[in-house]
Design a protein. Structure first.
Length: 301
């Protein structure tokens, strides 16, 4: 296979993203290619956002999302902002409708450079998340880490925002919890048949939440947009906040609003780092020298 897919290395609040242009092609990324790209420090990523030709009328593209272990994800809000920035720079448009395996997303780039993504409606019923057993109230399910009489984390809120999420509420600093240790155990807990993203969150006041996330199939990240949305929805359901708040992740701030029409809107930045070309079958890649459109003189990884 040729190294002929153009890509941009980007980030959304430190959430490392590869945006790859797969339009006009029938192939897809292999898990081997994803793992190879992540293994290289220069292209290490949290998600690959692969832009394919539109499949549904009225949409601009179909976006497939890959975690760095090669598995496919249903949603990535920070990655979608990077996609929108890349498409806006290419087309001059500001408003897009994008399709993913989780459904349709509407997005807009604003004049100040910030990008809003409509992450859709949260799914709140136990079998929509999904959970392995029925819980009537998903604002807090029976799950804990640590001794029964003194658990370290317990009673998470659960919600699906394109991916399954569990949000553990804490009163102290979110950095005081060893999420690198607990995250893998909770991600793979039998209660989550499709695994889950694990978040530790603290409500500072009704308009401000601080959180950290262990992402399913990825690990600790600087930002997780769908987790920020899941956290705001869960906080509002528990009446800890209103339906809009600033959500601070390790990489910075996102503004999340759960609108009256049940859609969750995430607004934040995206940042371009460098461009290159890659092979979606093997993960081999070349860095494109700025101003060199024919790839002569590209650096080979």
């Amino acid at each position: 296979m040729a190294i002929d897919v153009e890509f941009a290395k980007m980030n959304g609040l430190g959430n490392a993203i590869i945006v790859a242009d797969m339009r006009g092609r029938a192939d897809r990324f292999t898990a081997e290619a994803a793992r190879a790209l992540h293994h290289d420090p220069a292209t290490a990523f949290d998600q690959i956002m692969a832009i394919h030709d539109a499949e549904a009328d009225g949409t601009d593209a179909f976006v497939r999302i890959y975690n760095n272990d090669g598995s496919e994800a249903g949603a990535c809000g920070n990655g979608m902002r990077c996609v929108v920035q890349a498409l806006a720079a290419e087309t001059g448009k500001a408003v897009f409708t994008l399709q993913t395996i989780a459904g349709l997303l509407n997005a807009q780039e604003h004049e100040d450079g910030s990008i809003s993504v409509d992450m859709g409606r949260p799914r709140l019923r136990w079998d929509q998340i999904p959970l392995e057993e029925e819980f009537a109230d998903t604002t807090g399910i029976e799950l804990q880490i640590g001794p029964i009489d003194a658990p370290v984390l317990h009673t998470p809120s659960v919600v699906n925002m394109g991916n399954p999420h569990a949000v553990f509420w804490v009163q102290n600093d979110v950095w005081s919890h060893d999420l690198a240790r607990f995250g893998p155990l909770l991600e793979n807990h039998p209660i989550f048949p499709e695994k889950a993203n694990i978040t530790v969150a603290r409500v500072i006041d009704p308009e401000h939440i601080v959180m950290r996330t262990w992402e399913r199939g990825v690990g600790l990240t600087q930002a997780c947009g769908s987790a920020a949305c899941a956290t705001l929805v869960s906080a509002a359901r528990k009446e800890l906040t209103g339906r809009a708040a600033t959500v601070t992740v390790p990489g910075g701030d996102l503004h999340i609003e759960w609108r009256a029409d049940d859609h969750v809107i995430m607004t934040g930045p995206a940042e371009w780092e460098f461009a290159g070309r890659l092979d979606p079958a093997t993960g081999q890649w070349q860095r494109t020298i700025e101003g060199d459109n024919d790839n002569a003189g590209a650096e080979t990884a």
